[in-house]
Design a protein around this ligand. Structure first.
Ligand code: SAM
Length: 210
């Protein structure tokens, strides 16, 4: 899938010069320089409208948060939520299949995958963000022992993810089949999570790159 561009939206993103990155490629290997510190780099893939990113970046000010999103109209909403003032946040427009173009090997310390699209049909399996093709990308950019934190409301996607991750070089550290009633939940949620948790359990997995 390609970045879903909205005509004329570049002009809107100019209002957020410190937030929305204009040229992803030029940042490769230079993310700590971008933030002018040596703090760890945490990447959220499939950010949505920015609720989780905003809360996490405020809760962990000594980490640099970068969020990737495919859809321009969603990024536009996120930019309005985030504003241009958060010093430890950047947003990338693009597809997770190109992460190795924008990050140097081992440049990322942690990855968040929250409520990734489940793509239930088998023939769409390669679009799932925990399909082995995406895991290859994550492995290229993650530091040794880098973490992946995963949440979903879709049991089949949880099962698929557990299998795919553990078959492709990641170890399972923690798992919960009822995240919100578990010791792992700190109260920070995404937009999807707020909607979906009213109707059933949230599944959670914490993995580490071997
Ligand atoms: N994480 C948010 C939340 O929990 O509220 C949004 C969840 S939404 C179901 C999935 C998001 O992932 C969508 O905004 C979609 O555009 C984005 N997405 C899907 N595939 C992507 C890809 N290959 N690269 C980047 N973003 C992607």
């Amino acid at each position: 899938m390609r970045l879903r561009r909205v005509p004329g939206i570049e002009k809107e993103f100019l209002n957020y010069p410190h937030l929305v990155i204009a040229d992803n490629e030029t940042q490769k290997g230079k993310w700590q320089q971008h933030f002018a510190n040596e703090n760890p780099v945490y990447l959220e893939v499939g950010m949505g409208r920015g609720q989780f990113l905003k809360a996490m970046s405020q809760s962990l000010p000594n980490a640099n948060f970068i969020a990737l999103e495919l859809r321009d109209e969603v990024i536009f909403d996120a930019a309005q939520t985030l504003g241009d003032e958060l010093k430890n946040v950047a947003v990338l427009r693009g597809n997770a299949d190109s992460l190795d173009k924008w990050f140097a090997p081992q440049e990322v310390n942690r990855l968040y995958l929250n409520f990734s699209d489940p793509w239930p049909k088998k023939r769409h399996g390669k679009r799932r963000l925990t399909h082995e093709n995406f895991l290859k990308q994550y492995k290229q950019i993650l530091a040794k022992n880098g973490d992946v934190f995963f949440r979903t409301d879709v049991r089949q996607l949880m099962e698929f993810t557990l299998t795919e991750m553990t078959n492709n070089g990641f170890s399972l550290v923690d798992v919960s089949l009822d995240f919100h009633n578990s010791e792992f939940f700190d109260g920070i949620t995404t937009e999807y999570e707020d909607k979906k948790s009213k109707h059933g359990p949230i599944y959670y997995g914490h993995f580490v790159l071997k």
